[in-house]
Design a protein around this ligand. Sequence first.
Ligand code: CTP
Ligand code: ZN
Length: 152
Amino acid sequence: MKEPKQMSVSAIENGTVIDHVPAKNLFKVIQILGLDKIDNQITFGTNLESKKLGRKSIIKISGLFFQDEDINRIALVAPDAKLNIIRDYEVVEKKVVEVPDSITGIAKCMNPKCITNYETVTTRFKVMSKKNVSLKCHYCEKITNQENMHII
Ligand code: CTP
Ligand code: ZN
C-alpha cells in the first residue's frame, strides 16, 4: 500500500520554503540568513529523511522573499538547497542556489597568518571554482578549499 504524501511541517500561505538543507547545517543557514533576528513566522523540520542527503532540513519563512544575492550566500553550506516561492498556498516558483563570484564573511581563511585570523577583519574571497568550491583570500591570496573550509 502506498503511503499518503504528508507534509512534515505545515504548509504556508506566502513566503519562502528552503528545502534540501543538509541537517547538520540547519543552524548555519539560519545564521547566514539572519533568521534569528527577524520577526517573521518561521517553522522548520530537521533530520527528515532524504534520498539524496541522508538527513535534510526544511525551513519555511512566512512573508519573506529573498534577493538572489542574499540567498546565494547559503550555497557554501547548502549547495543542493531548493527554494520554493509560495503565494496563496501555491508554489509559484522554484529556484536553486548558486555559488556567488565572491564571498564576504561566512568562511574562515585557512592561513593561520592571515590578518583575518588575528584581527577583527571580515574575510573576503574570490571564488576560483564553484564546483569543488575553492576560495582565494582577498588579503593573503591563499586558497581555501572544501577540505579545509571552516564556516565562521
Ligand atoms: N510547501 C509549503 N506550503 C505550501 C506549498 C508547498 O510549505 N503552501 C512546501 C512543501 O512542503 C514542499 C515545498 O514547499 O516542501 C515544495 O512543494 P511542492 O513543489 O508541492 O513539493 P514537491 O513536489 O515535493 O517538491 P520537490 O520535489 O520539488 O521538492
Ligand atoms: Zn587570508
